[in-house]
Each structure stands twice: as C-alpha cells, then as structure tokens.
Design a protein around this ligand. Structure first.
Ligand SMILES: *Cc1c(COP(=O)(O)O)cnc(C)c1O
Length: 384
C-alpha cells in the first residue's frame, strides 16, 4: 500500500474534468437526472453525493483504512447524527466520562428527550465497564485523546468489549487523526472527527466526518440526508485541499507538541505538564504502543496560580488566545474560562482541570520559535 502522504494526495481522486488536474468545486445544487430511483441517490448537495463529496468520502475512507466515509456540516453534526442513527428510543449508551464539551452535554442532557439513557464510564478502567451494562445497552463511545489533559483510555479493550456484548463502538478521533492512530485497525465500528481541526488544518471551516463499514455509513448518510447537516461544496473543497497535506502538517504538530512539552517539563516555574509523548505521562506506554505521535495539544500548570497563568496568556506573541485546535497557527486558552467554564469549579478541579491550567494547541510554526516565545512569556509572567 502507498504511504500516508501519497494516499492523502492521490486516494479517491477522479479523472481530470475538462483537463483540470486539481478537482474543481462543483457548486451546482442539483444535477441532471440519471435515472436514479432511490431518494438517497438523487444528486443534490444536501444528499451528500456531489463529486466534491464523493472524492472526500473515498479519500477519508482510505486514510482511516475503512470501507466508507461521510462528511458532515460540523463535528457535532457527525457526532449527533451517528449517535441518533445507532441508537433508538429505549436504548442505553455507555460514554467516556471526560468528553468534548458539546458531546458531553448532548449525551448527558439532550439524549433523554429522544428516550435514550446513558451511563458514564471510566475509560481507564475496563474492569469497571461490565457493571454498567444493561439489557438495552447498544453502544459505547470514547475519544482517542481527551481534552484538556490529553489522556488515552484503554482503547485496545473497547472493541473486544463491544463485540462480546453486542454493542456498536464509536470513537471521536479528532485529536489523533489517522496519521497518529487508526481506530478501525483496533476494531472500532465508527470513527468520528471534527474535521474543523487537523483534517482541514487551516481554521477556515467547520466540518465533520463519520467513517466505518459501508452498511453503517449508508444508514448514517440516510439520516444525515433527512437531518440536513450537509457540508457545502465550497467547504468540501477547502477540506479536500487541507487533507492533501495532513501527513506533512501532523509531523510538525507532533514535533512541536513534544518539543514544547519537554521544554515546559524542565522549566522551574512549571508544576505539571500533560502530554502523553512525555515519558512521565501516565498514558505514555499506551501512546508508544498504539500512536505514531501525540499531536499538537498539551496542557500545563504553572506555580503561582491563575494570575501567573493569565500573564502567560498576555505575554505570548505567537499563539492567539482562542479556543479550538488543529490549525497551522498556535492557539492558547485557559480551559476554566472556555471549554470547561460550564462546570462547577470544585468538580472541575476534581476532574483534574484546575483554574490555572493552560492549554496550548501547537500550530506548525518552527519549534524553536514556539519554545522561545513561551520562555520569554513565562519569564515575564513569573517576574511580575
Ligand atoms: C471541536 C471538537 C468537536 C466538535 O466539532 P465542531 O466541528 O466544532 O462541531 C468534537 N469533538 C472534539 C474532540 C473536538 O475537538
């Protein structure tokens, strides 16, 4: 099989259209009827079957090592459509405790309205999962790397557990990307992405993806066709362009994450660094066994609390103070004021997210420049 970057560029591509070497953007909402009889086959942007959609689907499937893929209007559209497709009223879902904020509130607050129950599980402790099973349990949902502590659960145990108990296994692999971790190879049924992040990589669209066996992806496509969360062709074209450099960009994100984590770990003003690429991280052995890199996201705690943390945010020059991740430019946030602001401060601390925690999403700048920027910002912050 060709290497990752070769597939990122060539997989799924169609013959040149009117000689155009690069896939044109097909903005047509509707297409001449070709005798299609099934609703899902009628060619129309909302039905996710324009040439731009089809090329993306084939490329994503090949990169994850799956049969089929579907792009969606956002990461949350991928997640909610997949869950609502797999689950029906009366079903029960097991979901990892530490989840992306939007997913966490969808699972814990919204699903109930569709008559779907849930329990949260500790992804680190597979022995505890069986006790949470109910006769109506239908699916298990985890993330490959969590936010903001960048932990890795017992991912090798999820698919065997799901198979033993007849569950569908889903994983949000946004933080890992198929460059660093391929869940299908570990037996997962469905891989979900916020393609807003690394897959597009340039911070200029929101998009999502659902990847897995043809039968499952077809069923989810049918539901997306009704729910309407389609990705428009212009965003498809941007995602297509971003995907073609995914392997190159991830190499730099991985290198920057590791370089900055190593620098921070040695710094006397830093209390703790969370990055599984570090030997000191509790999930380092899992990272080494299953991942080829740990991405660009890390978090750390400084001595001196919230005031010093805010000074670092004020003095860094390269990262923008903004949520999100996976773009070419670095971003920095204090999760207590962004992604985790809705959680009670006591509970937040119990979850391992103290108010002073800083999260960095390294872009693809030169590692030396990122490290130097944090060095000067921490010196200024610690100096008053
Ligand atoms: C951003 C993100 C999402 C949501 O994706 P959107 O594209 O913003 O809808 C879901 N999961 C993870 C892990 C994310 O980082």
């Amino acid at each position: 099989m060709p290497g990752f970057q070769t597939r990122a560029i060539h997989a799924g591509e169609i013959d040149p259209v009117l000689g155009a070497v690069t896939l044109p953007t097909f903005s047509s909402a509707t297409y001449e009827s070709g005798g299609e009889t099934r609703y899902d086959d009628v060619r129309y942007i909302r039905l996710n079957n324009t040439p731009n959609h089809r090329v993306l689907h084939a490329k994503l499937a090949e990169l994850e090592g799956a049969e089929a893929a579907l792009v969606t209007g956002s990461g949350m559209s991928a997640i909610t459509t997949a869950l609502l497709s797999v689950l029906k009223a009366g079903d029960h879902l097991l979901a990892q405790r530490m989840l992306y904020g939007g997913t966490h509130s969808f699972v814990t607050r919204d699903l109930e309205r569709w008559g779907i129950e849930h329990d949260l599980i500790d992804a680190d402790d597979p022995d505890s999962w069986k006790a949470k099973l109910r006769p109506n349990t239908r699916a298990v949902y985890v993330e490959s790397l969590t936010n903001p502590l960048v932990t890795i659960g017992a991912l090798d145990q999820v698919a065997p557990f799901a198979r033993e108990h007849g569950l569908v296994s889903l994983i949000d692999s946004t933080f890992a990307t198929p460059v660093n971790f391929r869940p299908i190879e570990h037996g997962f049924d469905l891989v979900l992405h916020s393609a807003t992040k690394y897959l597009n990589g340039h911070g200029d669209i929101v998009a999502g993806a659902v990847i897995g066996a043809t039968e499952r992806v077809d069923a989810i496509t049918h539901d997306l066709n009704h729910l309407g969360g389609s990705l428009n062709p212009q965003a498809c074209a941007l995602l297509h362009r971003g995907l073609r450099t995914l392997g190159l960009r991830m190499r730099q994100h991985d290198a920057n994450g590791l370089a900055l984590a190593r620098f921070l770990e040695e710094h006397p003003a830093v209390e703790r660094v969370h990055y599984p690429g570090l030997e000191s991280h509790p999930d380092h052995a899992r990272a080494k066994a299953w991942f080829s890199g740990c991405g660009g996201v890390l978090s750390f705690e400084l001595r001196g609390g919230v005031e010093v943390a805010d000074q670092v945010l004020k003095h860094v020059r390269l990262p923008a103070v903004a949520p999100s991740l996976g773009s070419v430019e670095s971003l920095i946030t204090r999760p207590a004021t962004t992604s985790h602001s809705g959680i009670d401060p006591e509970l937040r601390r119990a979850l391992g997210v103290p108010d002073e925690l800083i999260r960095v999403a390294c872009g693809v700048e030169d590692a030396e420049d990122l490290v130097a920027d944090f060095e000067q910002a921490i010196a200024k912050a610690a100096g008053g």
